[in-house]
Design a protein. Structure first.
Length: 308
């Protein structure tokens, strides 16, 4: 204690009222206060720069997210339109091919019917011609045979007694046979005309009936095709409306998710700002406390100096 007392007295007499340790401590405090003030200013500026950079990055990220979502929705819409166009084009091609195939089948059926009718008509004509030729040849043959026999009888009768009378009788008989022959030919011709008229009438009736049936089949096929097309169109329209509702619901969900994400980011940013404000307030309070502590120290230092 005495050594410390005499050391203090020697230091006061040598260095004056302020000791070098106190001066060094005061100098260190002032240097520390000045460095702390400059560090606080740099920290504040750096914090503000970081906050502005983070805000800019967040805003840029938000804009890029919105642009990406809009681009994705546009791409999905274009792809949906392209798929619908491809489906409609393939459906139109299938319908055109089906219509062409049906027309070709109808044409083939008509050609087959025509060929069948032509073959039947040719066969009927050949049979009629052969029957008529056979009847005419048989009649002529019979007439030839009968005429030859009658000539032989007439000659025999003329040779026996009455040549002139037999010749007259033979002439009358010959005229009678000629008349009968003409009557037979007329009857055969009339019969052929009647049969031909009946066949033509039956064939025309068959054609009319076939045309009516063909028209009915075409109307039925057209009705079935239109009904099928209407049903397919209604099914496609229902599926398209359902797909539109699903897409609208997905868009609403995406908008709601984006809104929730934005609200969450804003809440995080607000919490971060509150934390920064609280930290700044704590720093301010610490600085005030440090200043108060320095003021108290200075007060006590002045009191101690005054007492000393």
């Amino acid at each position: 204690y005495l050594a410390r007392k005499f050391f203090n007295l020697w230091a006061k007499m040598t260095f004056g009222q302020v000791l070098p340790s106190k001066a060094r401590c005061f100098y260190d405090q002032k240097i520390l206060q000045k460095a702390f003030g400059e560090w606080k200013e740099q920290w504040t500026v750096r914090r503000e720069k970081k906050l502005s950079l983070r805000a800019d990055n967040h805003y840029r990220h938000f804009l890029l997210n919105l642009i990406f979502k809009a681009w994705r929705a546009y791409v999905c819409q274009q792809q949906g339109k392209r798929n619908k166009y491809y489906v409609a084009e393939s459906h139109a091609k299938k319908q055109a091919l089906l219509r062409t195939w049906q027309h070709w089948l109808l044409y083939v059926g008509v050609q087959r019917t025509k060929h069948g009718m032509q073959s039947v008509a040719l066969a009927f004509r050949e049979r009629s011609c052969l029957r008529i030729s056979w009847a005419v040849w048989r009649r002529q043959q019979y007439q030839k045979c009968s005429g030859h026999k009658m000539n032989i009888l007439a000659l025999q009768h003329w040779a026996q007694s009455l040549q002139f009378r037999a010749w007259l009788q033979w002439r009358e008989l010959y005229l009678y046979t000629q008349n009968e022959k003409q009557k037979d030919t007329r009857a055969v011709t009339h019969h052929q005309h009647c049969e031909l008229r009946r066949c033509v009438g039956a064939w025309l009736g068959y054609l009319n009936l076939h045309r009516v049936k063909k028209r009915q089949n075409e109307l039925a096929q057209e009705f079935h095709r239109s009904r099928t097309l209407r049903r397919c169109f209604s099914d496609w329209q229902l599926s398209w409306q359902c797909r539109r509702r699903v897409q609208a619901h997905q868009r609403d969900l995406e908008k709601q998710a984006a809104r929730i994400a934005l609200c969450r980011a804003f809440a995080h940013w607000k919490h971060y700002v509150v934390l920064c404000v609280e930290e700044a307030q704590q720093c301010e309070l610490a600085e005030k406390h440090y200043k108060c502590h320095l003021l108290v120290l200075q007060k006590y230092w002045n009191l101690w100096k005054s007492r000393l």
